[in-house]
Design a protein around this ligand. Sequence first.
Ligand code: SAM
Length: 260
Amino acid sequence: MQNGLAGHRARKRFGQNFLHDEHWIERIARTIDAKPGETVVEIGPGQAALTRKMIADAGHATAIEIDRDLAAWLKETFPETLTLIEADALKLDWNKVYPGKALRIVGNLPYNISSPLLFHLMTVADRVIDQHFMLQKEVVDRMVATPGSKVYGRLSVMLQYRYRMQKMFDVPPGAFTPAPKVTSSIVRMAPKKVDELLPVDLERFAVIVAAAFNQRRKTLRNALAKLLTEEDIKKAGVDPALRAEALDVEAFVRLARINA
Ligand code: SAM
């Protein structure tokens, strides 16, 4: 598949589906609405479909690209206005990316690593203004799902603890080259302020949430048996006969605080 970068073949292992449709590229850029002087960091710039817009709007952008050929082309194409970090965004120590500066993170993410990447980015959430990502629609639906929904699960609870999230709009497969098999969606994530976060040991919270949803058809009494007694669950103000999908984030926090 010939693309903007002459001769570059889209690499499946890097989840490469390049945006080519100007209507959608512009709509995404307007949704992000970068302003001059902001520190915009893009994950996976690829052939610069969004990068060009970020540079035009913010005056400068920083991008993290794993593909060596694309990284070389990007450096050559934008010698002044783009800071290119050739790295794996999953392994990158984000605390070293402009320490102390407030970041706006954007990206049409490689779908094969989207969940681990979202969790990895929580390490810098305290200095992120917002994150705009294109992801598989099904993943965005899970992220923003509320209690009672079939797709409400671990991803929803863990991310909603830390971020306010909003699904913006869907993007059809035809906007990309090569076209993916699935519909994509844009999500906006704004970290909550640190003093708004419900106090909890995050590791314990993560363990409780994972166990509760691991066998989501089970009642909490059974799903959490190894971690909490029925009495503990009641002490947290939660009915042990419920299933994980019925609990909001706050109820999970209360469960994680028992015996902590
Ligand atoms: N932003 C471009 C666009 O919208 O056309 C490209 C999007 S493409 C879905 C994903 C991009 O992320 C590719 O350029 C790919 O090489 C890059 N990528 C994949 N895995 C990565 C990783 N672990 N770290 C950084 N970049 C990665």
